[in-house]
Design a binder for this molecule. Sequence first.
Ligand code: ADP
Ligand code: SF4
Length: 692
Amino acid sequence: MQRDPRYDILFEPVRIGPVTAKNRFYQVPHCNGMGHAMPQAHAAMREVKAEGGWAVVSTEECEIHPSGDVSPYVEARLWDDHDIPALALMCEKVHAHGALAAVELTHNGPTASNMYSREVAIAPSHQPLKYGYPHQARAMTLQDIRDYRRWHRAAALRAKRAGFDIIYVYAAHDLSLAMHFLQVRRNQRTDDYGGSLENRVRLLRELIEDTKDAVGDKCAVALRFATEEFQGPDGVQEQEAREIVHLLADLPDLWDVNIAAWYMDSQTSRFAREGFQEPFTHWVKQITRKPVVGVGRFTSPDTMVSQIRRGALDLIGAARPSIADPFLPKKIEQGRADDVRECIGCNICVSGDMTVTPIRCTQNPTMGEEWRKGWHPDRIAARRSDKRILVVGGGPAGLEAARALGQRGYEVHLAEAGRELGGRVNLEARLPGLAEWGRVRDWRVSQINKMANVAVYRDNLLTAEDVLGFDAQSVVIATGCYWRRDGYGRSNGAPIRGLDRPNVFTPDDLMRAPLSVDSLLPHGPVLLFDDDSFYLGSVLAELVRAAGREVIYVTPEDAVAPWTVNTQEFRHIQRRLRELEVNIITAHNLLSFDGEGAALGCVYSDREQHVSCASVLTITARLPQDELYQALQLRQEQWRDAGIESITAIGDCLAPALIAHAVYAGQRYAQEFDTEPEGEVRFRRHLPRAQN
Ligand code: ADP
Ligand code: SF4
């Protein structure tokens, strides 16, 4: 297919100092949980992006010295020459596809932990460590500043030897000394490096100059810079940021701009839409003559073109869109823009990607599995037999299984009880702020619609009889799950008294309400008992508030939705619920409900309180919707006559989990179909060496 000429501008080369990006697609640095601990896996993941057409592929943060050790998070590392081969491998893989490799050098100062190195942390001034470790960083002396510059320079030289084309100086996310020196709240120095803005910028200027001097002949020097910190005058804010850009204007070869801290930069679709950073970064290009790259969860080529034409950016930066679809540039280039698997902005990729767990993605189940399982985001092994496969259930697990089996070339039949495909995604994408989640369904349905070998049957609630009579050799049961009504969950090992009343609701009741939530709920306050602790409780609180009901939010945890710390949504959720005037009661369990009020028990003491409410909404635990699977298990002796070789439950029907797990389960089924498992460990591992 031909590329749409409207998108030609996206494929223009861009000169960045001494190097040239072949197009405007730029994978900005992002963490991935593999880093220095899993170099082959890391290199393979970056390679897939280069293969997918990104002109620049960056590392994550790259530590330059043991005194800036960010363990337990696993990032890249260039402490000494031993670290060069791991990153040289990445450069080699990225270069093999004509892309440039970039490295984000950093020293995290008071935002490091030094738990591995046990060095004393350093900072512009004496201060506590940011991430709650109960010790402090010491103020850097002038000698420390000289040492720090020396480490940065040495790391830049190592990066050049590893093969990098672009070397970063990092002053963003409140995560590096170069930024900490800019911040009044972290820098109370009275010498040449503190006080006036010019003094606070001095170190950043010196680092850029040092890096250019060390490697600028061959490598471009990029500055990653946060233009707004949302901390008022205590932090970097627009007025000062403009002055900083004026002071450094053409010194770096590239400006990579975003907003801080990370929870503001990596906002979910629930809290920010595509292009949300533009108001904070668009002005940088008016000050510098050097190219500017910025982010904003860009997935639409039209939005990207508009950013460039309007002079907001020169290069389209992407972390998450490159994770959801590493082949995004290539698809647009080949006229397959409709095939792009768009990021849904859920931040599951963020949720563990700094610790030693390979990055995972809701939309792209192959992410993190490139090396250890050999999975690829755009290719899959061809079928090995003529087997007919029946997939029951068209939620994310069933859709992905059917799609990926179809991609392999099998004859697939997908039966769905409802009118629409999508399963839980249909329900959840209708909740406040979650509309983009519908992309999980939309991409899969659009791909399946193009496959002649995948037949879809809607409005088909299958029974065991139907399955046995279908003439399929393999059956996948992906029939989902439902929310418990009895209150059993993390905090209650037995049913909660009084929940067998009509004015007690589960998320299913609200999400499947035939009319409106307003007509479902009795008038009066709703006591929402959240024992799930992730996103759904706060989303349903919004839904109930929108229906005009008062919400009393009760959680046994110490805060609302604590797991959302992992998706960078925690602060946004706290703020949203307060804006909605939700009455929040933390550290309390739901003991009983008498129809007009609930007894709550403090989780730390024996104290009880009574709260009046007109209804209760429980979000506790789920159970597999596995009647069909169980019925088929009971009839196992009939499988042979029915021609059935295997019946497998996947996704929520096996164990209720996230949408990401369901998609992964569907992909895994398709990948492993017709293969013989080898051993108990089903993936390649990075094995520890016994000797140094
Ligand atoms: P998962 O997240 O594991 O994909 P979902 O709950 O999203 O699970 O999707 C399960 C889908 O299975 C729903 O769309 C539901 O309508 C469908 N389903 C459940 N039971 C049957 C059945 N017996 N026959 C066909 N479809 C079914
Ligand atoms: Fe996007 Fe979610 Fe995938 Fe992250 S996990 S890249 S936010 S779809």
